[in-house]
Design a protein around this ligand. Structure first.
Ligand code: ADP
Ligand code: MG
Length: 361
């Protein structure tokens, strides 16, 4: 057999392959758009999807907006208002996005419209990208803030389109993402609509329990107990060494949030939401530590609800291991595990929901 020629892929093909890495499915698009809205300082984020997001996704916010003369840049490759250079990246990024690739890649694999009006502008404007073809900026009537619409995701990438699951499954994932951000940001009114029907809407009043009530309903909200743990509170009595400096050096600064009564459970782990330094993450270490804290109090194959915020020094966590930035890696994984387990255990013990085990070291 003759060796085949090696040829450089054309730009459009490269663009679509790269897009598949960032936007895998409707839920990943929704994640990127919500993050943009939060980065824009929105106090309301309204998400609405059709057919699980495969036919349409719309995210509307009341954030700072995008001036008309910046719309083209917003949908361009590697264009971001969030970092200037590699030094900014090394200093640590406060915003959720920074790669400047989300709108660009979504525009490559769908029909994307970005419509925006900054609060001080008298008129709005919009730009459309259709399968990577960027249209002209046009005037558009719109409220203050930004609306991003994505239609026919993957219509020009049939291989990716085939990979999508049933509408209901895609919607479940969208729901999980929107729920994740709604709970992480109780001060933002987040709503979700599927095929014209409201799934949930949080009030945005800053209260975590009220956000849980909106998302999971009254029974779950009422079963939730408070978790609040800091290293000073934990070790002070035992060794008397906990002070400001010990706390500043601690591998875990704080674990806080809500966990459910051991009898308020579901059959999947999907209701264990974890956040590291305010970012919604999937970290099996955090889930396992939470479950361990329940000891033998959970029925077989039943999982509790949890909304847990873990704070670690920003240098100790790598949130950048994947472009989708969901999985995290900890430098001090065992310390993080034990802090989370202790935090949840203490809360459950306080409420007499588990029995005290051997003293912890
Ligand atoms: P990134 O978020 O990594 O900067 P994106 O492609 O997601 O990259 O967005 C590109 C730029 O478009 C952002 O840096 C921001 O300036 C602007 N932008 C995107 N979405 C919004 C929004 N909802 N409100 C205000 N500005 C936005
Ligand atoms: Mg972004």
């Amino acid at each position: 057999m003759e060796p085949p020629d090696i040829e450089r892929l054309d730009e459009r093909t490269v663009q679509r392959i790269a897009a598949g890495e960032v936007v895998e499915r409707p839920a990943s698009v929704v994640k990127e758009l919500i993050e943009n809205s939060l980065d824009a300082g929105a106090s309301r984020v309204a998400v609405s999807v059709e057919a699980g997001g495969t036919e349409g996704i719309r995210v509307r916010d009341d954030g700072v907006g995008i001036p008309a003369d910046q719309l083209e840049a917003a949908v361009a490759e590697h264009a971001t208002s969030k970092i200037g250079d590699i030094e900014d990246l090394d200093r640590g990024v406060a915003t959720l996005g920074f790669r400047g690739e989300a709108l660009y890649t979504v525009g490559a694999v769908s029909r994307l419209t970005v419509r925006s009006r900054p609060p001080d502008a008298d008129a709005g404007a919009e730009i459309t990208v259709d399968g990577g073809n960027v249209g002209d900026v046009r005037p558009a009537g719109c409220p203050e803030g930004t609306t991003v619409e994505v239609e026919d995701l993957f219509y020009n990438t049939p291989a990716r389109e085939k990979f999508l699951k049933r509408t209901a499954t895609e919607f479940d994932r969208v729901n999980a993402v929107v729920t994740g951000y709604a709970l992480a940001n109780p001060g933002v009114a987040v709503s979700l609509e599927h095929d014209g029907r409201e799934t949930f809407a949080t009030e945005g009043n800053g209260d975590l329990r009220s956000a849980v009530l909106a998302v999971y309903g009254r029974e779950v909200a009422e079963s939730m107990i408070d978790v609040e743990w800091t290293p000073a509170g934990d070790g002070a009595g035992a060794d008397g060494a906990a002070g400001d400096s010990a706390e500043a050096d601690a591998p875990v600064g704080r674990v806080a949030g809500l966990v459910s009564h051991p009898e308020t459970t579901r059959s999947t782990r999907d209701y264990l939401s974890t956040y590291v330094n305010g970012r919604y993450v999937t970290a099996s270490a955090l889930r396992e530590a939470t479950l361990n804290a329940y000891g033998g109090q959970l029925a077989p194959d039943r999982y509790p609800f949890a909304v847990l915020f873990v704070e670690v020094p920003s240098g100790d966590v790598d949130v950048n291991v994947h472009p989708r930035k969901l999985e995290v890696r900890f430098d001090e994984e065992s310390a993080v595990r034990s802090a989370v387990e202790t935090a949840v255990e203490d809360a459950l013990l306080d409420h007499g929901l588990i029995r005290s085990t051997a003293p912890r070291g």
